[in-house]
Design a protein around this ligand. Structure first.
Ligand SMILES: *Cc1c(COP(=O)(O)O)cnc(C)c1O
Length: 393
């Protein structure tokens, strides 16, 4: 990408162009480098690579050209100095914690985070003496009160899943930095096309590339984006030794996914907004949660920090579980699955799937009622999605 320095291009340009290094073959599309290791011209050249004097490739657990192109492209989109790709979104979260934290450190986390992240914190980080305190995502005061002298990291997802609560990234970055903590934002639901947390003061971005970065439901992967010091040293150091690196093939799939990211997120958002507005008018629907609706309690904040409201929405129907299951089972087009961030619209009953392990009291506290349905709106024609929902409504 000559002429302009890379970071001066707009997001849609970076999504298509950033990070590509053409080989001597002159290929137009980025190649996949399926090689586990690399050869050196001489014993001295090998020694220079291993000593770090020459920064070239040694082994694909450390670096791979296809993975590097994906990393540089995503770093450019998020406005971060450095990105490291990981084998999954969970590997991104684990590598961040393992790379940055030590025994005796404390995390303050939003209560409304991905279920596996809670299990990682409670069952695995706890074994190594790292404690976590959970707070209500939208209660700024609670975050401040939960911070202790040994706190190191604040962790959140915004909007949350399934109730689309918004965290004030700017305000929480200030709280984190006042207490010498880092703020990590799982940006999986927005992607940089809709929200750039580093611009708002966050220190670390986590991605499950499995969701919207691929956007077509094909591969598992993840990424961490941030400064050279945090991501390039601490997180990468853990990753290259402990091994949850991204496969070159998956990196290539995600790279191609990024090229259409802006287009897709715009369409996911437009369709979800149309469905949310339509659902609000349905007689059997008691409430709709979507950050693009004026009825959303944090509508103003969502407008301020997100470019568009995204593809995820939830709604509650009269009649509890029975009514909710009836709507889900009446669909013929929508996929009954807990996954999201796909071209295909998915429909889920959180109370009996993603949040099924919680006790009824815990579910009530989390706001997950029996009549709640979550939809991750895909790229089908929006009227066909409405017709499919209307059948059970
Ligand atoms: C799916 C998901 C993850 C985990 O990602 P995997 O790629 O499945 O490991 C983490 N955070 C959020 C918000 C997710 O939706």
């Amino acid at each position: 990408m000559p002429e302009k320095p890379e970071n001066k291009f707009q997001l849609d340009t970076l999504a298509v162009r950033a990070g590509q290094v053409r080989t001597a073959e002159g290929e137009h599309s980025e190649p996949v480098f399926t090689t586990s290791s690399y050869v050196f011209d001489s014993a001295a050249a090998a020694a220079a690579r291993f000593s770090g004097e020459d920064p070239g490739n040694i082994y694909s657990r450390f670096t791979n050209p296809t993975v590097r192109t994906f990393e540089q492209r995503l770093a450019a989109l998020e406005g971060g100095e450095r990105c490291v790709a990981t084998a999954s979104g969970m590997a991104a979260i684990y590598s961040t914690c393992a790379g940055l934290l030590k025994q005796g450190d404390h995390i303050v986390s939003s209560r409304s985070i991905f279920g596996s992240t809670v299990i990682l914190f409670n069952n695995y980080l706890a074994k190594f003496g790292i404690e976590v305190t959970y707070v209500d995502q939208s209660d700024l005061q609670a975050w401040g009160n939960a911070i202790r002298p040994d706190s190191r990291l604040l962790f959140l997802e915004t909007p949350s899943n399934p109730l689309t609560e918004i965290a004030d990234i700017n305000a929480l970055a200030t709280v984190a930095h006042e207490h010498d903590c880092l703020l990590a934002v799982d940006n999986c639901f927005c992607t940089p096309a809709l929200q750039r947390p580093l611009d708002m003061g966050a220190d670390i971005i986590i991605h499950s590339a499995t969701k919207y970065l691929d956007g077509q439901g094909r591969c598992i992967g993840g990424a961490v984006v941030g400064s050279e010091e945090i991501v390039g040293t601490d997180v990468y150091g853990f990753l290259r030794t402990c091994g949850p690196s991204m496969s070159p093939f998956n990196a290539w799939v995600f790279l191609k996914g990024l090229e259409t990211l802006g287009l897709r997120m715009e369409r996911h958002s437009r369709s979800a907004a149309s469905i949310a507005t339509w659902l609000e008018q349905q007689e059997n629907v008691t409430r709709v949660w979507y950050p693009g609706l004026r009825s959303h309690p944090q509508y103003e904040l969502a407008q301020k920090q997100m470019k568009a409201p995204g593809g995820l929405l939830s709604f509650e129907v009269r009649g509890g579980k029975e009514a909710a299951w009836k709507i889900i089972d009446a669909t013929r087009l929508l996929s009954i699955t807990a996954n999201l961030g796909d071209t295909k619209t998915t429909i889920t009953h959180p109370a009996t799937t993603t949040h099924g392990r919680l006790t009824p009291e815990e579910r009530e506290q989390a706001g997950i009622s029996d009549g709640l349905i979550r939809i991750a709106v895909g790229l089908e024609a929006v009227d066909d999605i409405k017709d499919d929902l209307a059948r059970g409504l």
